[in-house]
Design a protein around this ligand. Structure first.
Ligand code: COA
Length: 258
């Protein structure tokens, strides 16, 4: 498996999938999203892969979100489709019959937090930071974040996090139930591997049925559809242009509600 923006390593049945754009804090551009989609297809099909670890390259970030320079260009005409395609790829992760665990080694923001939440569960390094800061750009999460964040941390906390764009540190993410364990950065992969070793000794069909049953808990697809439409609407606003331009120019945005 050769990819431009991903590293993959298969070791004793465990595939480590590393998002590899460290100079952009592993931001998800469309090529990276399609490459993730291809890897997950391989995970579905390849019997040698028993479990997957998803992580980010470098010391600083898991994934710092969708690539803002790219969405600033692509939007607004294709915005809804952009969200729907991201949702589709993340559903493929969520519904995979083999365990996919996120090892959060730094910023997990926007699409990065959404990618982490699409995984079956999350282990964080002490330096991990979580958030849905899209509101700072005049938009909303579009890869399932409005739905999965509520499921993970509850309605009130999800509302606050999305409305303020604030970040959660690893300790709060643990207290809020977003991550299962927090460990020193140098022990992160070891901890995930230890959990995977336990899981892969169990009956694979039972594991796959656990994933299906857990995913069947309260999943109205309507919410995702509404999210993709709302993401598309936000991307047609002047505030969205202002938010992305301000980020790229490294200045504070001035939103006008238009
Ligand atoms: N999309 C595109 N580029 C991104 C990015 C993103 N989501 N996040 C970071 N980068 C780029 C920066 O533009 C910068 O590139 P440059 O060196 O060419 O200027 C590089 O990654 C390093 O980021 P920088 O902002 O300098 O690091 P920092 O330590 O000062 O701040 C963050 C880290 C994560 C707080 C900050 O990068 C950030 O807020 N990123 C955007 C998060 C976001 O809004 N995500 C949701 C997008 S929908």
């Amino acid at each position: 498996m050769n990819y431009k923006n991903l590293l993959t390593q298969l070791n004793a049945g465990v595939l480590t999938l590393t998002i590899n754009r460290p100079e952009k804090l592993n931001a998800l551009n469309q090529q990276t999203m399609e490459e993730i989609s291809n890897v997950i297809d391989e995970v579905y099909e390849n019997d040698q892969i028993k479990a997957v670890i998803v992580t980010g390259s470098g010391q600083k970030a898991f994934v710092a979100g969708a690539d803002i320079s790219e969405i600033a260009e692509v939007m607004p005409i294709h915005a809804r489709k952009f969200a729907e395609r991201g949702q589709e790829i993340f559903f493929k992760i969520e519904n995979c019959h083999k365990p996919i665990i996120a090892a959060i080694n730094g910023f997990a923001l926007g699409g990065g937090c959404e990618l982490a939440m699409a995984c079956h569960f999350r282990i964080a390094a002490e330096n991990a930071r979580f958030g849905q800061p899209e509101v700072n750009l005049g938009i909303i999460p579009g890869y399932g974040g409005t739905q999965r964040l509520v499921k993970n941390i509850g309605r009130g906390k999800a509302m606050e996090l999305m409305m303020t764009g604030d970040m959660l540190d690893a300790k709060d993410a643990y207290q809020w139930g977003l991550v299962n364990h927090v460990v020193p950065a140098e022990q992160l992969i070891e901890k995930v591997q230890e959990i995977i070793d336990k899981i892969t000794q169990k009956a694979p069909l039972a594991i796959s049925q656990i994933i299906s049953c857990v995913n069947a808990v309260g999943t109205p697809k309507d919410g995702y559809h509404i999210e993709a439409n709302a993401f598309g609407s936000c991307c047609r606003t002047e505030d969205f242009k202002e938010g992305t331009n301000a980020f790229l120019a490294k200045r504070k945005p001035e939103f006008k509600g238009k």
